[in-house]
Design a protein. Structure first.
Length: 356
């Protein structure tokens, strides 16, 4: 029978029982997969299990970023590390991402280009107390090869496991090492490609999202707004009299002002909020799950943050416009953008007329 390894794994009752009550909780629960990564890992882990005649396979991500949209982050040795593990059990299609004990894989990752093979974890003084050995799936035999990027970043490990004590043959050891090198190459290539993609989505002057990134993110958040029936807000911000500032102090001073303003605008935002340079001296903020009153509160925090900064040359003023769409409204994201832009325009020109 041919299995489709690209199917997202939905855990059955037996698997949920195996991980319940332990430090190996199922983390993704069959939810949205990492579309590019999980099918590839399913193939590599399946090949590793077949090669080594092992019922359990796993890939561990220990430290380096491999491009996940929603990684799990833990604190180890005083730093925040991105840590994930993908498992494949007998009869399972695809892979499942979990949060588990990482001690054994940490030890394996410290031996570059070498295979770590432990005949019986439960009889090994270093790991006999580990969750991997004492909780489901009660691993006994463990073998892993480290995955290291070309720049030296430790990506993680490719592992095979069994519930019984055993060893690998020389052919299996050699094959697992070669398979690990192939997975290293695939992950490294993907990281390089994502770095280039990120550069095309980043504004070179301010380091925040550019207009293209903003358009992509707005479509994404709009889809989520419709799917989850949650409010969505947007702020538009620009610098008053920016042309005069440039003419008076020069374009390098204007560039420095925009870079500093980007840092100030980012300071009161949540991790889920998104800031981009929309064009020139104009910035756009997307505020998911934010109602109208929340958007105005963010605007007030931004205005306060700007007023507290000691700006070079002269104090600056900004104009902000806010717009919110709720699930009950018939609207599209173009209308939301236009409403925020209009609100900013009216506030800017209304204030200036009042000062005339």
């Amino acid at each position: 029978m041919t299995r489709n390894l690209h199917t997202i794994f939905k855990p059955d009752r037996a698997f949920k029982r195996a991980v319940s009550g332990s430090r190996i909780p199922l983390a993704n629960g069959g939810e949205e997969a990492d579309a590019w990564l999980e099918p590839m890992l399913a193939d590599f882990i399946s090949l590793a299990c077949s090669l080594c005649d092992a019922p359990i396979g796993m890939m561990t991500q220990l430290h380096a970023d491999i491009g996940l949209r929603h990684p799990f982050v833990s604190v180890a040795n005083g730093r925040g590390d991105i840590r994930n593990q993908w498992w494949r059990f007998p009869g399972q299609n695809g892979v499942s991402r979990t949060a588990v004990d990482f001690s054994v894989c940490e030890a394996a990752a410290r031996r570059p280009r070498q295979l770590t093979e432990i005949v019986d974890l439960q009889a090994d003084g270093r790991f006999c107390e580990s969750a991997l050995a004492n909780n489901p799936p009660h691993v006994c035999f463990y073998a892993a090869v480290p995955l290291v990027a070309s720049n030296g970043d430790v990506l993680g490990t490719l592992c095979v496991m069994d519930r019984h004590a055993r060893t690998l043959s020389a052919t299996q050891r050699d094959g697992l090492l070669k398979l690990g090198r192939q997975l290293e190459s695939q992950l490294d290539s993907r990281r390089a490609m994502q770095k280039l993609e990120q550069q095309t989505l980043t504004d070179a002057l301010t380091g925040i999202g550019n207009r293209r990134n903003f358009d992509l993110r707005l479509r994404e958040e709009w889809t989520r707004h419709l799917r989850n029936a949650r409010p969505l807000s947007m702020l538009m911000v620009d610098v008053d009299y920016f042309k005069q500032y440039n003419d008076t102090y020069g374009h390098p001073a204007g560039d420095a002002l925009l870079a500093q303003l980007a840092r100030v605008l980012r300071s009161p935002l949540r991790a889920s909020d998104f800031l981009a340079r929309y064009g020139g001296d104009e910035f756009a903020l997307i505020l998911p799950d934010t109602e109208e009153i929340g958007a105005h509160q963010v605007a007030e925090r931004i205005k306060h943050a700007v007023s507290m900064v000691k700006w070079p040359h002269t104090e600056i003023e900004i104009s902000l416009g806010a717009a919110t769409v709720t699930p009950s409204e018939m609207c599209d994201f173009h209308a939301l953008l236009a409403a925020a832009d209009k609100a900013m325009y009216l506030r800017k020109h209304g204030r200036h007329k009042g000062n005339a």
